[in-house]
Design a protein around this ligand. Structure first.
Ligand code: SF4
Ligand code: SF4
Length: 363
């Protein structure tokens, strides 16, 4: 039986040194929120497991996911990953084109049937039998179904593949449809965002190829390691939200003081993504840090949820749905006061119980 190369062997062939390889493993472990022992597990897996091929398809989309991916904050990460995937098929990044490129797909199926990861950027339009996206003379939806039939798992890159995004916005004339509504018999990991953060993409794909398993997913199919918290939960402007201090206009005093952007439309309270923790461009900044609210690009249907500059009105605060931004401000100012009082009361109780515990010990 022919020897199947390990990832490590492929990386070495691409000129990546052992030192760079180990650094990549450490960066990936840190990006996944894991400790140094996990870096060694990644290294061991990549050194010993046969390489899993990745096929990367592009449907109806703008290519921003690929643009984000190849601009990973750690050039090392994109170099390493690209050395793994460019050997197979990516109709944006690879050198081959036309019939020669399409033949690579059949060769991959022949060689790795049931054993490759299918990464999908964009989505298939279903109207007019898929005629709104034709590749190699056939509707993209047919290519997607064909390649999905033979893969082991699918990564739906970005909000287009995960939810539909702008091309599926009302009235959706092409019937652009997210991947999970077309392919129902394969495990699918959704990595939403418009685009997703580069380090999230490299983290997810490395986890899957290193451990030959899906990362733990939430009930919407997103990796919990990157999508388990709202932006709002880790936002550095959160103290202003809690204190009821809001920007009312982009040029007002509150904007200059860095107050919360909720009233000018920030969707951080209802958006699950890693922007407020990982940030963008190698941790340089993110929209809220640049003075603009989150648009909620990682959430289903974000394009059809009303103006980007209107405040979220269905946010649960203290167990009740808020009607408007002013009410949020008042409730939160009140809640902050109650919180301070509750904290003071709790401290007294804790102090008292500490005191009584000591007294018990002294008895
Ligand atoms: S509403 Fe937006 S700006 Fe305000 S705390 Fe939440 S995420 Fe930050
Ligand atoms: S801040 Fe919001 S709109 Fe901007 S990239 Fe993150 S999730 Fe998307």
């Amino acid at each position: 039986m022919a020897h199947r190369e390990t990832f490590y062997e492929v990386m070495r062939q691409h000129g990546i040194t052992r030192r760079s390889f180990l650094k990549f493993c450490s960066l990936t472990a840190a990006g996944l929120g894991m400790g140094p022992e996990f870096a060694m597990k990644i290294a061991h897996a990549l050194e010993t497991k046969p390489r899993t091929p990745v096929i990367w398809l592009h449907g109806l989309e703008c290519t921003c996911c690929t643009e984000s991916f190849i601009r990973s904050g750690h050039p090392l990460a994109s170099d390493v990953i690209l050395s793994m995937i460019s050997l197979d098929y990516d109709d944006t990044l690879m050198a081959a084109a036309g019939h020669q490129a399409e033949e690579l797909l059949e060769q991959t199926i022949e060689k790795y049937d049931g054993n490759y990861i299918l990464a999908v950027e964009g989505n298939p339009p279903l109207n007019e039998d898929g005629m709104y996206c034709i590749q190699g003379g056939q509707p993209f939806v047919e290519k997607l179904r064909h390649m999905a039939d033979h893969c082991k798992a699918i990564i739906a890159w970005g909000s287009c593949a995960s939810w539909g995004c702008v091309q599926a916005a009302r009235p959706n004339p092409t019937r652009a449809t997210p991947v999970h509504k077309v392919i129902r018999n394969k495990p699918i990991v959704k990595v939403p965002g418009c685009p997703p953060i580069a380090e999230v993409m490299t983290g997810v794909i490395t986890y899957m190829i290193a451990f030959d398993a899906l990362p733990e997913l939430d009930r919407q199919g997103r990796p919990k390691m990157f999508y388990s918290q709202r932006l709002h939960d880790k936002c550095y402007r959160r103290p202003h939200f809690d204190a009821g201090q809001f920007v009312e206009r982009f040029d007002d005093e509150g904007a200059r003081k860095g107050y919360c952007l909720y009233k000018v439309g920030c969707k951080g309270p209802t958006t699950y993504n890693a922007c407020s923790t990982l940030e963008w461009n190698d941790g340089l900044s993110w929209p809220v840090k640049s003075g603009h609210g989150c648009l909620g690009c990682a959430e289903d249907d974000f394009w059809d949820k009303g103006s980007f500059y209107s405040a979220v009105t269905n946010m649960k605060v203290m167990g009740s749905a808020e009607a408007d931004a002013d009410k949020v401000g008042k409730v939160l100012a009140g809640a902050a006061a109650i919180g301070v009082a509750a904290h003071a009361a709790a401290s007294v109780v804790s102090h008292m119980s500490d005191k009584s515990r000591k007294e018990v010990r002294h008895d």
